[in-house]
Design a protein around this ligand. Structure first.
Ligand SMILES: Cc1cc2nc3c(=O)[nH]c(=O)nc-3n(C[C@H](O)[C@H](O)[C@H](O)COP(=O)(O)O)c2cc1C
Length: 362
C-alpha cells in the first residue's frame, strides 16, 4: 500500500487531454491543452455525441439518467477557440450512492475495487469512482474537439458493434448503425442481440462483445516511429477504456496464421489492392482505411451472488445492488470513436509535416 506513483490522468502530446472526476463526485471533465486557435466551438457541438454515449436505450442500460450537458469553462472566446487550455465540465446530477455502501467493505470480482484499494488505500468506491465509465463522458467531450481539429483532413471515424453476446453482424450497413440501440450495422441481427442482452439481464448476468472501428480518409504519414507509432498510440488509447481486453489492427490475430504471400497487401499505382495491414505500416498510416477491432469483456457488476473477500481479507459473499449496464458494448462505441479522434488529432498536430502531408494527399 502507498506505493509512490506517477499519475496517469493525461494522454497525448500536441493535443493533450487530462480528465478528472469520479462517478458520484460533483462532476467530471477534461482539460484540453494544445487545441489550435480560431476553431468554432459552442456548447451545442457536444449534444449529439454526448447523447450517443448516454444510457437510456433500453432496460439493458443503467437507469442512471444524466443530462450530460457540457459546459465550456475556458479556452473559447466569442465562439472560437483561443489556443489556451479548454476546460469542459459535466455536472453529475443523478448519482445514488447508498446501494454502493457494501463496497466500503467488499470487493467486486472483475472490477477495479480490489486494485484501487491495494494501490491507494483510500478511494471513492461510490459507483466505481474514478474507474467508472462515467469518466468516459469527458473523453467523448474531448473527442468532439478532436474531430473539429481534424476537419481539414476530412477524415470519417465510424465504429459499430460487430458482435455482442456471441451474435455477429454479417452485413456492414453504415446507415443502420445509428438506427438501433446497439449500434449494430446489420439490421437482421438487432433482434437477436436484443434477445441476448435481455436474457443476460434476466439472469442477473452480463455480456461482452467486439466493436470495429473504421477510419476513412486518413492521409498517409501520421504516426511517429518508433515508440509513438500510430498503431501503438491507438492501442494505448483504446486499452485505456474500462472493460477493453484486446485490440486487433487489420488482419490482427488472424495474420499469425497466414503466409507472407497471403498477408502482404500488393501495392498498385492507385494504392493497395487489399488491406490486411489495416491502414498502418511501420507505425505510419498508409492512406488506406484504418481498421481496428476491440474486444470488450462482460460488465463485472452482476446481480448473481459472487465469491469475494472483505478489506481484511476474510471470505465473503457479494450480492450487489445498484444501477448497472448489462453490457458496455453499445455505450462504448462513441467512446472508442472519441479516443481514436483524439489520437489522430494528436498525430496530425504533432507531425511537423502536417501541411505537407495534406498537400501530398490532396
Ligand atoms: C461504456 C461503459 C459502460 C460501463 N458500465 C459499467 C457498469 O454499469 N457497471 C460496471 O461494473 N462496469 C461497467 N463498465 C466496465 C468498468 O468500467 C470496468 O470493467 C472497470 O473499470 C474495471 O476495469 P477493466 O475491466 O478494464 O479491468 C463499463 C465500461 C464502459 C466502457
Amino acid at each position: 500500500m502507498g506505493v509512490a506513483k506517477v499519475p496517469g490522468n493525461s494522454f497525448g502530446q500536441a493535443f493533450k487531454i487530462t480528465t478528472f472526476g469520479e462517478s458520484h463526485g460533483k462532476g467530471i471533465g477534461v482539460i484540453i491543452d494544445g487545441c489550435p486557435p480560431r476553431i468554432p466551438l459552442l456548447n451545442k457541438d457536444f449534444v449529439w455525441e454526448m447523447a450517443r454515449r448516454r444510457p437510456g436505450r433500453g432496460p439493458f442500460d443503467t437507469p442512471r439518467m444524466e443530462t450530460d450537458q457540457v459546459e465550456i469553462l475556458s479556452g473559447v472566446f466569442e465562439g472560437l477557440t483561443t489556443g489556451t487550455p479548454i476546460a469542459l465540465y459535466i455536472h453529475n446530477r443523478d448519482a445514488q450512492s447508498k446501494p454502493y455502501e457494501i463496497l466500503r467493505e467488499l470487493f467486486r470480482p472483475g472490477h477495479a475495487d480490489y486494485t484501487y484499494f491495494k494501490k491507494y488505500g483510500h478511494f471513492d468506491f461510490r459507483g466505481g469512482g474514478r474507474s467508472s465509465a462515467r469518466e468516459t463522458a469527458a473523453r467523448v467531450a474531448a473527442g468532439v474537439v478532436a474531430r473539429l481539429v481534424l476537419e481539414p483532413l476530412k477524415i470519417t471515424i465510424m465504429a459499430y458493434t460487430l458482435e455482442m453476446g456471441g451474435i455477429r453482424a454479417v452485413r456492414i450497413d453504415p446507415e443502420a448503425i445509428n438506427r438501433n440501440p446497439f449500434y449494430c450495422p446489420d439490421t437482421d441481427m438487432v433482434d437477436r442481440m436484443r434477445e441476448m442482452i435481455l436474457k443476460a439481464k434476466k439472469e442477473g448476468d452480463s455480456i461482452g462483445g467486439i466493436v470495429e472501428v473504421r477510419i476513412n480518409g486518413c492521409p498517409a504519414g501520421l504516426g511517429e516511429p518508433v515508440f509513438d507509432k500510430l498503431s501503438a498510440d491507438l492501442a494505448k488509447a483504446v486499452m485505456s477504456v474500462g472493460a477493453v481486453k484486446g485490440i486487433e489492427i487489420g488482419a490482427g490475430f488472424e495474420a499469425a496464421r497466414l503466409k507472407g504471400s497471403q498477408n502482404n497487401d500488393p501495392i498498385i499505382p492507385a494504392g493497395f489492392k487489399t488491406n490486411l495491414a489495416g491502414g498502418i505500416l511501420g507505425g505510419i498510416s498508409n492512406g488506406d482505411d484504418i481498421v481496428l477491432r476491440v474486444a470488450i469483456k462482460p460488465i463485472p457488476s452482476i446481480m448473481k451472488e459472487q465469491e469475494t473477500i472483505d478489506r481484511a481479507g476474510r471470505p465473503a459473499r457479494l450480492k450487489l445492488q445498484g444501477r448497472f449496464d448489462t453490457s458496455a458494448v453499445p455505450r462504448i462505441v462513441p467512446v472508442l470513436e472519441a479516443m481514436v479522434a483524439i489520437v489522430l488529432a494528436d498525430h496530425y498536430l504533432r507531425s511537423k509535416y502536417g501541411q505537407l502531408i495534406k498537400q501530398l494527399n490532396g
